[in-house]
Design a protein around this ligand. Structure first.
Ligand code: GAL
Ligand code: ZN
Length: 669
């Protein structure tokens, strides 16, 4: 790997988190031999080694890590060296208890697990910096060093700290953002409920309070908290850059992770990496995991990325932990490669015998190498070794889905009109694209959309002028734009969009919203969705479909109504509209169509946009993706299926995979 870009002489990275400190040294030599057998070429070392590397403040012990690094190097395994700052050692929090984070309710968390540090703590940052400097100095020129792995899953357990130190940092952040307390008052709408501030000193994090807190204060605290973690990351990165300008850095993301706005992070990593644990027991997992891969690829602007962690089999943190059935891990691994990954890694190499994760699977299981898990690990390593030519290849996508953390944070606040789960809503649209084998990128508001034939915008709840103008321009210049309910309702301060819901998008879409009317039942609290009335829609678009989640009173202006609500209070009101906008077209969905409606609507949009799936005839549970000059077919079902693709029939075994080399390329698998 080079910092600039991956080049095709590189292998596909294969390996996992390697925690040799959990094992006697006698095991280390066997580890390297087994890694060679499995085709492992990259190990992530030291993620949780702070206590071992710095057993007492300022006293470093690198001897053991020297031996680990040398051993891996001798065995031909490259190292993704972690900075070990994710779990402060006991001496640190014993001597400096103020480093421990504080929850919204004022509880100071204790050590004894991991990630127990306040991201704003100057003491944490100082001690972390010194460790990183020492590591960089010691290993910066070690021949095994391939990549720096900064910290681990920032924000996974503690993403917001409400302590006094964080409160002060929040105030500084607000001063930088707003300049004066008057501007802050304006942005936060503090005339409501007597909340005007006369000085920044009066401002606190949104700690536990009697009822609904100020929504913009909460939103800003989320923005601040994501930025604070990013500051921790940047601090480490700048040390590493200085010491080893040629060694790339990453930190492992967590897909659709709410607490950190990855759009603001992605330009800070040399290679995007991601951790992913699809539930083996959930039939929706393949489609959802595909959506995660597409986000991760998009975060890097389409550059190849690394799957940094997946479980070889079961995890240990669900209520009941399904083992991955035979073939599933292989299918997910190919899914990553097909959607742009140049690395397939695991948590973790050897299954622990002690500690909180001893029941989490490992590449080398408790029960050894005469196991299904190990055999699959070996098989996949051998197969990926044959696929090197794909390294660096791009994944083309004609469709984009707009995704925005501000909208996510705002729409899931309390005191909103409904209970929309932002990612689930995006997934409802993604799933239909996936079914059709249409690959999608994710884009952020304000991105250049011109290379996409169609853009889907699910509930862009919070939209600034730039985003709105960008979407309108896109449609005017010939794009096919589909916008759903609860878009452009709030401006970036969280105030109702000036001039009415939808702001400038009202003109793009040719509609005007009068009032929201999501279907609700008397027992929504007690019975979930049980008593919620089902909606129906029909029109020129389709004879009839169910619909759910949302309804509203919409007036069609210039837009043509292609489906209306049928029955109930909304009877006869527009449900789906289509508007011509200069060279392009813009659809508005005032509800979430059920499967038939979804199919009909995306038929309409994608036909108009001239978008085709990889398969002319999609096959249930078969995923198909093109990357570079290869087409991947993944059968997520337990039946043998035959699939027409790229001009031939391919028979796929249960959970089987085919990699079809298009003209001029070597085939594989
Ligand atoms: C990840 C984490 C790993 C391990 C894994 C278990 O979130 O980065 O250290 O805990 O989960 O699934
Ligand atoms: Zn704090």
């Amino acid at each position: 790997m080079t910092k600039e870009s991956a080049v095709s002489i590189m292998p596909i990275w294969y390996g996992g988190d390697y925690n040799p400190e959990q094992w006697p040294e006698a095991v280390w030599a066997e580890d390297v031999q087994l890694m060679q057998r499995a085709g492992v070429n990259l190990a992530t070392v030291g993620v949780f080694s702070w206590a071992r590397l710095e057993p007492r403040e300022g006293e470093f012990d690198f001897g053991w890590l020297d031996r680990v690094m040398d051993g891996l190097h001798a065995g031909g395994v490259r190292v993704d060296l972690a900075t070990a700052t994710a779990s402060p050692p006991p001496w640190l929090t014993h001597r400096y208890p103020e480093v421990l984070p504080v929850t919204e309710d004022g509880v100071r968390l204790s050590p004894g697990s991991r990630q127990h540090y306040c991201p704003s703590s100057p003491i944490y940052r100082r001690l972390a910096a010194r460790l990183v400097e020492a590591l960089a100095e010691r290993y910066g020129s070690h021949p095994a060093l391939e990549l720096w792995h900064i910290n681990n899953e920032y924000g996974c357990h503690v993403s917001r700290c409400y302590c006094d130190v964080s409160a002060e940092a929040f105030r500084s952040w607000l001063k930088r953002r707003y300049g004066t307390v008057e501007t802050l008052n304006e942005a936060w709408g503090t005339t409501f409920w007597s909340q005007q501030y006369s000085d920044f000193a009066e401002v606190y994090p949104p700690r536990a309070a009697p009822t609904f807190k100020n929504p913009t204060q909460k939103l800003d605290f989320r923005r601040f908290s994501s930025d604070e973690l990013l500051e921790c990351y940047r601090m480490e990165k700048s040390i590493l850059r200085k010491a080893t300008p040629e060694v790339p850095v990453t930190t492992n993301f967590m897909g659709f992770f709410k607490n950190v706005d990855y759009w603001t992070w992605s330009s800070e990593v040399d290679v995007v990496s991601d951790d992913s644990y699809p539930d083996p027991a959930d039939p929706d997992s393949p489609a959802y995991a595909a959506m995660v891969r597409d986000l991760v690829r998009s975060l890097g602007g389409g550059r190849p990325w690394i799957l940094m962690e997946q479980a070889p089999s079961a995890v240990n943190w669900r209520r009941r932990n399904a083992a991955k059935p035979a073939g599933m891990n292989r299918a997910y691994s190919y899914q990553c490669v097909s959607r742009g990954a140049d690395g397939v890694m695991y948590f973790q190499w050897r299954q622990s015998v002690a500690g909180a994760e001893k029941f989490h699977s490992g590449m080398v299981p408790h029960s050894g190498t005469d196991t299904k898990t190990w055999r699959e690990i070996e098989q996949l390593g051998a197969e990926l070794g044959q696929l090197e030519a794909i390294v660096g290849a791009r994944v083309p996508a004609d469709v984009a889905i707009m995704f925005d953390w501000d909208s996510w944070w705002s729409i899931e606040q309390d005191a909103t009109p409904g209970d929309i789960r932002y990612v689930e809503h995006a997934f409802a649209w993604y799933r239909e694209l996936y079914r059709r084998t249409v690959t999608a990128d994710f884009v952020r508001p304000g991105d250049d959309l011109s290379r996409y034939r169609a853009v889907i915008v699910p509930s862009l709840f919070m939209a600034g002028k730039e985003a709105i103008t960008g979407l309108d321009e896109y449609a005017r210049q010939g794009g096919r734009l589909l916008v759903t309910f609860q878009s452009a309702i709030l401006d970036p301060h969280g105030h109702i969009t000036f001039g009415g819901y939808l702001g400038g998008l009202a003109e793009t879409l040719g509609v005007r919203i009068e009032e929201f009317a999501p279907p609700a039942g008397p027992d929504l609290e007690r019975n979930g969705q049980a008593d919620v009335p089902t909606l129906r829609i029909e029109g020129s678009l389709l004879p009839s479909s169910s619909a759910s989640l949302w309804g509203e009173y919409v007036h069609a202006g210039s837009a043509e109504v292609i489906a209306s609500f049928v029955g109930g209070e909304l009877d006869g009101w527009p449900a789906i509209t289509r508007n011509s906008r200069d060279a392009g077209r813009a659809w508005y969905a005032a509800t979430l169509p059920g499967p038939e409606g979804m199919k009909a609507l995306l038929d309409d949009v994608l036909t108009d946009a001239e978008v085709q799936g990889v398969l002319a005839e999609p096959v249930p549970n078969v995923e198909a993706v093109r990357r570079g000059s290869w087409t991947f077919l993944l059968n997520h079902s337990v039946q043998e299926v035959s699939v027409q693709a790229e001009g031939t029939t391919h028979v796929l075994q249960p959970r089987g995979v085919a990699v079809i080399a298009l003209a001029g390329q070597q085939g594989a698998v």
